[in-house]
Design a protein around this ligand. Structure first.
Ligand code: SF4
Ligand code: SF4
Length: 441
């Protein structure tokens, strides 16, 4: 019987990690459908940014209550899962609380007590988040764009985390009561289980306690595997992808746009009367891109696609977006959500056909409309607000660039302004020679 348990455990473990690896591989493949971008510069600054923003959650605590609760859930959940090491060894070799033999009595007691306190903080965090999301009416969490799967997803993840913590406490309490009865070796210290839950469990019979301990242990293990594999379908991918996203974040000053080298070169040629327009490109000079801007996910760069997978759907960007606040049809959160949806659609197309087969759809128009794109004021409030340094504005900007440079489809007001710049070197519709007329009188 013992061996059957170990074999089932091994099969579940391999299947769980195997499926997870496959999902990660798919995400990696999809991200690589984007254009390459060199963000391997300023390495020290990138490590520091990742440590501060992703690990230290520095931008989360700008809203202290949500930030601290998020820290509880994040730190607690990650550290509690260190216990997975013990679960794996116990499950494979049929041991019981294997780490106690490695860490020694005192250290193991401190370890298990810390886990219990963290688990309690996680429970408090997820309960408050659930109430806040469903009953408190925070505008950015109850907007129409979250109806359906995004809202269900957010709730499911809180329910799963709650269930995992309940299983953790159930396992510890049964274990502790059995230890007190001398039916299991004394390992660990359980400040929450032994005080709050033990009075209830003391009423249970021995065989039921053994059953509860085992059942909770299996539930906890299978739950962790399930949670891990659920991530691929969830906004909670950010618990992994926030790290590369912050590492590859745009470190330039906000508002600095990426001029196209080929366009800059054209303008320089126009302004230099001695330039040879047919000269071969100098060494290191890049050719003009085959397409200006972005019409579909293939035209976005890999960091922008990584951003789409990393979005936590928290809506902090949308809450500060002046276009959204004034009732325009633009939500920076939705720009990333739609980019991810389109990327997933392209990925499924590749899975089915072996390579991408034109499906007659594009990110532009089928997912993101021109109305949304032109509503943006390019103020950068969204990028400033994002707790994981995502950049929805850069996607908007690339799609606008496509509309202007490939389709000449800028709004009338912009076309007029650009014609004026071209003819008069100013946005106004009067001759350069008349510029100082205002001073005549
Ligand atoms: S840059 Fe555009 S999308 Fe971002 S907050 Fe400003 S108006 Fe909204
Ligand atoms: S882009 Fe950033 S701020 Fe906006 S919803 Fe996603 S994670 Fe939140």
């Amino acid at each position: 019987m013992q061996y059957i348990d170990n074999i089932i455990f091994l099969i579940l473990l391999v299947a769980g990690f195997g499926l997870f690896a496959k999902s990660l591989q798919k995400i990696y493949r999809n991200i690589r459908l984007g254009r390459e971008i060199n963000r391997n510069d300023r390495k020290a600054e990138r490590w520091e940014t990742m440590a501060r923003v992703a690990m230290g959650q520095s931008k989360m605590v700008k809203r202290p209550v949500a930030g601290i609760l998020h820290l509880f859930v994040y730190v607690g959940f990650i550290i509690i899962n260190i216990e997975l090491i013990e679960i794996i060894v116990d499950g494979l070799f049929g041991t019981h609380r294997f780490l106690a033999t490695i860490l020694g009595h005192g250290f193991y007691n401190a370890f298990t007590a810390t886990l219990e306190i963290l688990a309690l903080l996680v429970v408090i965090g997820v309960v408050v988040f659930f109430i806040r999301r469903n009953f408190y009416g925070v505008k950015r969490l109850t907007m129409k764009e979250l109806f359906g799967w995004p809202k269900q997803d957010a709730n499911w993840i809180l329910i799963i985390e709650f269930a995992l913590m309940v299983a953790f406490f159930t396992m510890n309490t049964s274990d502790w009561v059995l230890q007190q009865k001398g039916l299991l070796p004394e390992h660990g210290s359980f400040p929450i289980s032994s005080t709050i839950l033990a009075p209830i469990f003391n009423n249970f019979g021995d065989s039921f306690l053994f059953f509860t301990e085992k059942a909770a242990w299996w539930f906890h293990f299978v739950g962790i595997l399930f949670f891990m594999n659920y991530l691929y379908y969830s906004k909670h991918l950010h618990i992994i992808l926030a790290f590369p996203s912050t590492w590859y974040a745009n470190l330039e000053k906000k508002g600095k746009f990426n001029n196209l080298e080929s366009v800059t070169k054209e303008i320089k040629l126009m302004m230099d009367p001695n330039a040879d327009p047919y000269a071969a490109p100098a060494e290191g000079e890049t050719e003009a891109p085959s397409k200006f801007g972005a019409e579909d996910v293939f035209d976005l760069n890999q960091v922008q696609l990584l951003n789409a997978y990393s979005c936590t759907e928290c809506g902090r960007c949308t809450a500060v977006c002046p276009a959204n606040i004034t009732g325009k049809k633009l939500s920076p959160r939705l720009i990333l959500m739609k980019t991810r949806d389109r990327l997933e659609e392209v990925g499924k197309n590749i899975d089915k056909n072996g390579k991408f087969v034109d499906d007659g759809k594009k990110l532009l128009n089928d997912y993101i409309t021109k109305e949304e794109l032109w509503a943006c004021t390019t103020c950068n409030a969204c990028t400033e607000a994002c707790p994981v340094l995502l950049d929805p504005l850069s996607i908007i900007f690339e799609m606008r660039r496509f509309l202007v440079m490939e389709q000449s489809a800028a709004p009338q007001e912009l076309n007029l302004m650009m014609t004026n710049v071209e003819n008069n070197a100013a946005p106004w519709q009067y001759n350069q020679a008349d510029r100082l007329n205002w001073a005549n009188d």
